[in-house]
Design a protein around this ligand. Structure first.
Ligand code: HEC
Length: 145
């Protein structure tokens, strides 16, 4: 009786083992920053800034000052989306103008988690919460619609 070629058996075993291992791994993170940013925006921002970013959410009623029109940020900044300023504002890091104090909450604590490096100034790479970056990217897209 011909014996099954040992090498083939070993190879088949290895493939099965690898397949089982791959199925057991917790799964590489399926990054979908677009969906993520949109979800975060819907959860945290749309109430005041409106689903499209126009500043017309139900929570905008009676706020002084009014929530900003987020679709105009790039236009108001000579056509360049002010990514770093937006992230600073959302995080709650107030630059200049005597700090915060407006009606908009600070979202820093809600956005903690894994960070990515963002060039926040020429040559300056700052570890920045991934969620904050995804949110800013979503806000940028609001201005393109
Ligand atoms: C409770 C209502 C409220 C919520 C929720 C809110 N904002 Fe605001 N936001 C405001 C108001 C009011 C202003 C204008 C006054 C100010 O600048 O503080 C503002 C201003 C801003 C600005 C500054 C715009 C400019 O003119 O430079 C940005 C950017 C912004 N919001 C983004 C966001 C994002 C992104 C979220 C969600 C993470 C969010 N906001 C959630 C009320 C809100």
């Amino acid at each position: 009786m011909p014996r099954p070629p040992r090498k083939a058996l070993v190879a088949a075993g290895l493939i099965i083992a690898l397949g089982a291992l791959a199925a057991c791994l917790p799964g590489l993170p399926q990054r979908d920053p677009q969906a993520n940013g949109a979800r975060l925006y819907a959860d945290y921002c749309a109430a005041c800034h409106g689903p499209g970013g126009k500043g017309d959410g139900p929570g905008a009623e009676g706020l002084k000052p009014r929530p900003a029109d987020l679709t105009r940020l790039a236009a108001r900044n000579h056509g360049t989306f002010p990514q770093v300023q937006v992230m600073a504002k959302v995080y709650g890091y107030h630059q200049g103008k005597g700090g915060g104090g407006g009606p908009m909450p600070e979202f820093g604590p809600l956005l903690e988690g894994p960070t990515v490096l963002v060039e926040t100034a020429p040559g300056v790479m700052t570890p920045t919460p991934e969620k904050l970056v995804a949110l800013a990217e979503h806000v940028e897209r609001l201005g393109r619609n």
